[in-house]
Design a binder for this molecule. Structure first.
Ligand code: GUN
Ligand code: ZN
Length: 438
């Protein structure tokens, strides 16, 4: 039994657009968070109240304790693709991304890559993610095994792509189906792993492969589905050529039976009102990837239109299109993208989307995303500031939203003091830098 002393922040309801009021925000400064031996949260109490002697105390007073972040769309083999110069999506895939992913045909590369990637997530404060490995079965296998070793909550699946990809990165319908079924049997629901039917995007799957993916989803409603949709205008035009029968890009997936409550579609920039209504009706979510959208020049996602249409939105790094695994950096980019449309993303809405909001959209809020008793203690301890400029900004903050918004905008992985997975400390920052308070 562990007790962690810090400023506790989590959410009990979705904060309203543009409102900095505390509705839905649970702020418990200087509290003990109590974690049981089973790795679940037991409760919390003010630090001033006496704590029974049998709790193992970890005193982080002056630090911020949040549920671990949830990154709903990220590519494990793309760390080395980050910050590749000079291209938009389709060229970027050909020139940088596909060559990097080919290396994962070698199981040893896949194994080392999975470990490197998950440790990097944990060192950025992300404790749960929906991840694309590569087309190679061994890359999914390695990722699930590495997550199980760490006790992490992972959603992943072998990438499906049977056309418009180079030699060494294509599967075929029959082999892909066998690989999926085998991986589902081995990993879906095992420990904290879930399988996601992972269609890279419509252009790299034949209609027959999309139909096979849809059949897998129909056969087991507990499976996730992940893909990309309407990210880039040239991509949208290509999809219209490849699937003339579909009303829209999203409709390609709808027709294949891939839009359902456990579907996570990245980007969704170039969608219309009918698409948004279809998303809402299906219960699928859009993963907003602001860093990637800016870096690849893909476009400005309209979060508010999506929310007003009733469709769920989470936030994702989309590394390697995105330039950082840090969810704070991603959220800060999200704020700027909304600002370009004259809208303001509050710290509450942003942090909710990266924790409890994502958990709800993934139907995992009984397990992750908050500090609610009974949920698994996937937690991060953050410094409010690192270095004098940051500390000066924090000291100037007059109220809670200002303080948390400045933190969200200026912080990154340097601010992470420790990460816990199921109550076990799994990452701690090296001692070199960091200060606990403003
Ligand atoms: N569309 C298809 N594949 C990818 C990918 O790897 N990254 C991004 N950002 N978009 C894609
Ligand atoms: Zn992506």
């Amino acid at each position: 039994m562990k007790a962690l002393r810090a400023d506790l922040l989590d959410f009990t309801a979705p904060p309203a657009w543009g409102s900095t009021s505390l509705d839905g925000v649970r702020w418990r400064p200087d509290h003990w968070l109590l974690v049981g031996d089973d790795g679940r949260i037991v409760g919390a109490q003010p630090a001033a109240q006496p704590l029974p002697g049998d709790w193992e105390r970890h005193d982080h007073r002056g630090r911020l304790l949040l549920p671990g972040f949830i990154d709903t769309h990220v590519h494990s083999p793309q760390l080395e693709v980050m910050a590749s110069y000079g291209t938009e999506l389709l060229d970027w895939l050909e020139r940088f991304t596909f060559p990097a992913e080919r290396a994962y045909a070698d199981p040893a590369v896949a194994e080392a890559g999975a470990a490197r990637f998950l440790d990097a997530l944990l060192a950025h404060g992300t404790t749960a993610a929906s991840v694309f490995p590569t087309v190679h079965k061994a890359s999914a296998e390695a990722l699930f095994a590495a997550a199980a070793q760490r006790g992490m909550r992972l959603i992943a699946g072998k990438v499906l792509m049977d056309r418009h990809a180079p030699e060494g990165l294509r599967d075929d319908v029959a082999q892909a189906e066998r690989d999926c079924i085998d991986l589902i049997q081995r990993w879906h629901g095992r420990g904290r792993n879930s399988y996601s039917v992972t269609v890279r995007f419509a252009p790299t799957s034949t209609p027959a492969q999309l139909a096979m993916a849809g059949a897998l989803c129909r056969a087991d409603a507990s499976l996730y589905m992940q893909t990309h949709v309407a990210e880039n205008r040239a991509e949208v035009a290509w999809v219209a050529q490849l699937f003339p029968e579909a009303r829209s890009y999203l409709d390609v997936y709808a027709r294949a039976g891939l839009l359902h409550p456990r579907a996570v579609l990245a980007h969704g920039i170039w969608l219309d009102a009918d698409d948004r209504a279809a998303l809402r009706a299906s219960g699928a979510q859009i993963a907003f990837c602001p860093s990637s959208n800016l870096f690849l020049g893909s476009g400005l996602f309209d979060w508010q239109a999506m929310t007003e249409a009733g469709a769920a939105v989470s936030v994702a790094s989309d590394v390697g299109g995105g330039t950082s695994l840090s969810m704070q950096r991603t959220l800060a980019d999200g704020y700027k993208v909304q600002a370009m449309a004259g809208r303001r993303l509050t710290a509450w809405q942003a942090l909710h989307a990266a924790t409890r909001g994502a958990a709800q959209a993934l139907h995992l809020d009984h397990e992750i995303g908050s500090l609610e008793p009974g949920t698994t203690a996937d937690l991060c301890l953050w410094d409010w500031s690192v270095g004098p400029v940051d500390a000066h900004r924090q000291a100037a903050a007059r109220e809670l939203h200002e303080r948390v918004f400045a933190w969200m905008t200026l912080a990154d992985e340097r601010h992470l003091a420790a990460t816990f997975v199921a109550g076990r400390q799994i990452h701690a920052r090296a001692a070199a830098h960091g200060s606990s308070g403003p």
